[in-house]
Write a protein that binds this ligand. Sequence first.
Ligand code: HEC
Length: 132
Amino acid sequence: MRRLIIFCLTFFSILTLAPASYAADVENGKIVFKRCAACHNADKPDNRIGPTLQGIIGRRAGTLQGYRYSPAMVNAGQNGLIWNRETLITYLHNPQGMVKGTRMASIRLNNDSDIDDLIAYLNSVLPVPDKK
Ligand code: HEC
């Protein structure tokens, strides 16, 4: 019985300590990025099927030199869409819902803390390529 109590105490203290150690987690961000990696680079300026996400934070949508965006993404940028935490959360929850007609269709991320980790990862692999 005593061992059971000690077990329970240890178990619950681990549970309560775990969230305290949570902050944007670059390692998890790297794992989340695997869902993007088929189409995007993060640590190189080269574009793949999608534009590189290196330096994406603070970039105006649809403006990376040398990448052919859909008219929808170019318009979104001209209408003021800048990539930051809030706009990425909205976009990644439903790309077509935010930028109707974007060629990035099939991917959805619904967990905001995963998106925070992803942003931390993206910020960790700068330098930033040239912007238009
Ligand atoms: C199946 C391929 C594919 C996957 C997977 C994918 N994307 Fe994309 N992404 C694209 C394409 C293609 C575009 C260009 C869209 C356009 O021009 O309309 C794009 C555009 C973007 C843009 C806008 C970039 C800019 O310069 O304006 C962001 C931000 C983005 N993707 C983030 C992500 C993230 C984060 C993930 C992973 C969670 C992801 N994408 C997964 C294909 C993909």
